[in-house]
Design a binder for this molecule. Structure first.
Ligand code: SF4
Ligand code: SF4
Length: 215
């Protein structure tokens, strides 16, 4: 399946305002959770059953001694061949033919969570410790099937996120990759032929997040 929709996340335009993170919580009616200062502006520390979108913060020193501070608005990539589905036998995980969305149902509580997580190259699924149900971004399925763009995309004030037909978003992704390469030789689109949520980064993806480019 290669038609359907896609999202572009151009990290070079992200200012880490976290509007997308909050919009995801608001639209999906996900509760806030108590967090602690763990020495980073990134909050919360990780994705969870209640946090499906997370702006990850990463800082460090380049080989030439300059410093970097990168932001990575992490979420499910809605893979064309989702590794997380390997454990599903029935209706636990559905790949919608029209949109391409990979949807987790309440039946995910029957799945082996560790195996589901292991199957995901991007370290995305999270389990509710009480109900055992597994959660992640649902591509704002109710919105996109009613002609409305995803809540996170709508909330982004810098234009770092775009949503549309997959072919069109792939074109924009490739163009943006080429533009950025002129200034940042390590710039790239991350696995755009394998996923529906296309990230463009200015540097080695590992400088953004351990699993940014997949396991
Ligand atoms: S597409 Fe919807 S569910 Fe997925 S991260 Fe964005 S707001 Fe959250
Ligand atoms: S990113 Fe992970 S959870 Fe999302 S569809 Fe791909 S394998 Fe599944």
């Amino acid at each position: 399946m290669s038609k359907g929709f896609s999202i572009l996340i151009d990290t070079s335009k992200c200012t880490a305002c976290r509007g997308c993170q909050i919009a995801c919580k608001q639209w999906n009616q996900l509760p806030a959770s108590q967090t602690k200062n763990w020495g980073s502006y990134q909050n919360p520390k990780d994705l969870s059953a209640d946090t499906w979108k997370l702006v990850r913060f990463a800082d460090g020193t380049n080989r030439d001694g300059s410093v970097y501070w990168h932001f990575f608005s992490d979420q499910c990539r809605h893979c064309l061949s989702p590794g997380c589905m390997a454990e599903a036998e029935h209706d636990e995980i559905i790949q919608d033919e029209k949109t391409g969305a990979v949807l987790y149902t309440p039946a995910t509580k029957r799945l082996d969570f560790r195996a589901t997580l292991e199957g995901c190259p991007y370290n995305i699924p999270r389990q509710d410790p009480k109900t055992k149900q597994i959660f992640k971004c649902n591509f704002c399925f109710q919105r996109i099937t009613n002609g409305i763009i995803p809540a996170c995309v709508k909330a982004c004030p810098t234009g770092a996120m775009q949503f549309g037909e997959r072919d069109k978003i792939l074109d924009i992704t490739r163009k943006r990759e080429e533009e950025l390469k002129k200034t940042f030789p390590e710039a790239r689109a991350i696995n755009p032929d394998d996923v529906r949520v296309n990230f463009v980064v200015k540097a080695d993806p590992k400088k953004y997040y351990e699993y940014a480019a997949g396991k």
